[in-house]
Design a protein around this ligand. Structure first.
Ligand SMILES: Cc1ncc(COP(=O)(O)O)c(C=O)c1O
Length: 403
């Protein structure tokens, strides 16, 4: 059968993501993988979930195993709304919340709602590899704007918007991960958050704020999400339970204005009918019982230590011209090596030494970042973090021809 000729143009051009390709190496027991974005299994509240499941089956019975409305289960939307209002000063009501089967689905659906082929999307550079994959299914044109230590380069952002406008187009949205960014681990300052809103308002643009990590703050003062400053309903806020409960329950949510929500809802009817009813009851109960407030400090303590171990190992073992970010939270740090090094070429060597990472260029829609890499510090055991960085430094030194 000639299957190639039957694929849609978009499907024919789809390429596997570097993260996915890497997971098969991460499964080999001898490999220490800093590649995937996995929470540590110790962060899952197993006993509490067991109790909650019993409670749900006893109290809701078949209802918890049934289809539910496309927007989500009432109890879930109510608890999420209550939580984000109290945490971030949002003014949401339960009807502003749409449940998602993981926020990855939200990336796909929001891009589907807004993008025609050839439409412009502005993102940070680097940005989340999964967003690149999801948006690319709509064949947009990327306008990546460099990320600085305190957020996007705002001059570059405005120039980029003007350039798109001069071509008779308007960027459809600006996609950002402003807190403990994936992959860079950086956090936008309050000033830049305000500035982004001003620019978005000036050019009448939508901001898509993806916020999986802000609950995982190890140090420093909290900076509220951009959505909390939004007076014009131009920010689509997206959260997830993957990093504060479990990624396996596949549960995220969107908080956006009603015009946007209506379109997402219509699209979602065709995508998945509804989000897992059972998972929504679990998460609602996790919030209602306040378990989340006991669990997050435990996760933060676990991850802060791992971040410190990784930073110390990088300082001790990597060549002195290595630069890396020192995140105040989240799950990743970003390493920039001597510009002679190509981390894609180096990956083979690293895997021979049984250590894995994600190549930097995977996080740039335009393929930059060749001498950089993303390291996850949350998944590996403490002793494996040190050993993994030792192995990585050997691979880097071989890359230099130093050993
Ligand atoms: C920035 C960002 N957005 C979205 C996701 C998708 O998460 P999930 O679908 O598990 O909610 C991730 C996962 O790592 C992420 O880092």
């Amino acid at each position: 059968m000639d299957i190639e000729s039957k694929f849609a143009d978009i499907t024919r051009n789809l390429r596997g993501s570097a993260v996915r390709d890497l997971l098969k190496y991460a499964d080999r027991p001898e490999v220490i993988s800093f590649g995937g974005g996995m929470p540590n299994p110790l962060s899952f509240p197993l006993n509490e979930i067991k109790e909650i499941i019993d409670h749900i089956l006893d109290n809701y019975g078949a209802k918890a195993l049934q289809y539910s409305s496309t927007d989500g289960v009432e109890e879930f939307r109510e608890e999420v709304s209550r939580r984000i209002n109290s945490r971030y000063g949002f003014k949401s009501t339960k009807s502003d919340i749409i449940a998602l089967n993981g926020s990855q689905t939200g990336l796909y659906m929001v891009s589907k709602v807004f993008l025609n082929k050839g439409d412009y999307v502005i993102s940070e550079a680097p940005t989340y590899v999964g967003a690149i994959t999801a948006f690319n299914a709509q064949a947009p044109v990327w306008a990546p704007v460099d990320l600085q230590d305190d957020g996007m380069n705002m001059e570059m952002l405005e120039e980029s918007i003007k350039k798109v406008i001069s071509q008779g187009k308007i960027p459809k949205f600006i996609y950002v991960i402003p807190t403990f960014q994936n992959p860079a681990g950086l956090t936008w300052s309050l000033d830049k958050r305000k500035n982004l809103l001003e620019i978005a308002s000036k050019y009448d643009l939508i901001i898509f704020e993806d916020d999986p990590y802000s609950e995982l703050r190890f140090d420093g003062k909290e900076i509220k999400p951009i959505k909390s400053l939004d007076t014009e309903g131009r920010v689509i806020y997206m959260g997830t339970f993957s990093k504060v409960l479990s990624p396996g329950i596949r549960l995220g949510f969107i908080y956006a204005n009603s015009d946007i929500n209506k379109k997402i809802n219509l699209l979602k009817q065709g995508v998945d009918l509804c989000t897992s009813t059972f998972s929504q009851y679990i998460a609602a109960e996790y919030l209602k019982r306040g378990i989340i407030d006991r669990q997050i400090p435990k996760i933060v303590q676990l991850y802060r230590k791992k971040r410190d171990i990784m930073i110390e190992a990088l300082e001790t073992y990597m060549p002195s011209d290595t630069k890396f970010t020192r995140p105040d939270g989240g799950m990743f740090l970003w390493v920039t090596l001597n510009e002679k090094i190509d981390t894609e070429k180096m990956l083979k060597k690293a895997l021979e030494f049984n250590v894995a990472y994600v190549i930097g260029s995977a996080f740039y829609p335009d393929g930059r970042g060749r001498n950089s890499m993303r390291l996850n510090f949350t998944f590996s055991k403490d002793e494996d973090i040190v050993e993994g960085i030792k192995r990585l430094s050997r691979a880097v030194r071989e890359g230099y021809g130093l050993c």
